[in-house]
Design a protein around this ligand. Structure first.
Ligand SMILES: [Zn+2]
Length: 248
């Protein structure tokens, strides 16, 4: 069963798993079921805050494997922006929540703090194209533009460097940009290590990060796009999220 971690007073970070079901509309699942599961996740999060439950609403993105960063105003729920990262300032009196959908790509959740102690929340979708296009540097830059003076990151489950087999040429291209991505599968074939690449990119931006260590292709508790392709059934997407409860 998935859970969340309180990383600062009022701020929670977490990753869902198969028990929360598919949370993506774009994989051919019944939209009513997906909407119901999204509400169930929000209810579980509100309940999980204990004494002062908040009305948690998670904002989702239309993810396109790019490096666009959407800046939300923290107000009412807008239409899902087309982007692969989102940033919002958790202002006084309003709750905020962000979600990133994944199944093998690396979900990254970031928390920044401003000089005056305000929280800057962010999420990023770091698959192979996102790693190549620099979505991590883009989101860190936007968080600093929004006033963050310090940033911390959490990685969720993603496909590991021993499982993510790619053509030799693809490995060469990505490793030329991010040397830490170079890997070999357990069978000795060319591979990419996306979690290692993301950690290196975060470190290059001066962002300390908590790795996940969980591989989506090996651990059936999480959805895996590659396993879906192998088995011919799209399991869908789980999410990484960060929420801030309203500051009274
Ligand atoms: Zn693996």
């Amino acid at each position: 069963m998935w859970s969340s971690l309180q990383v600062r007073p009022g701020i929670r970070v977490g990753f869902t798993d198969a028990t929360a079901g598919n949370l993506a509309f774009h994989v051919g699942d019944d939209p009513a079921l997906v909407a119901g599961r999204r509400v169930a996740v929000e209810h579980a999060l509100a309940h999980g805050t204990g004494a002062s439950p908040v009305d948690v609403q998670l904002a989702y993105m239309e993810q396109v494997h790019g490096a666009e960063v959407a800046v939300l105003d923290g107000g009412s729920q807008e239409a899902a922006p087309t982007a692969d990262a989102m940033v919002v300032t958790a202002g006084a009196g309003s709750a905020a929540g962000l979600a990133v959908m994944v199944a093998d790509c690396v979900p990254v959740v970031l928390l920044g703090e401003t000089q005056s102690g305000e929280a800057i929340l962010a999420v990023a979708h770091a698959g192979r194209p996102g790693v190549e296009k620099g979505v991590i540097a883009a989101v860190a830059e936007q968080m600093r533009r929004s006033g963050a003076v310090s940033i911390e990151a959490w990685l969720g489950p993603g496909v590991c460097g021993r499982c993510y087999e790619v053509p030799e040429t693809m490995r060469a291209v990505v490793a030329a940009r991010v040397p830490e991505s170079w890997s070999t599968t357990s069978l000795g074939t060319p591979a990419l290590d996306l979690p290692a690449a993301v950690l290196a990119q975060l470190a290059a931006c001066g962002v300390p990060a908590h790795p996940s260590g969980v591989c989506t292709l090996e651990d059936e508790q999480y959805f895996s796009h590659r396993r879906s392709q192998r088995d011919g059934v799209d399991e869908g997407r789980f999410i990484g999220f960060i929420t801030a409860s309203a500051v009274p």
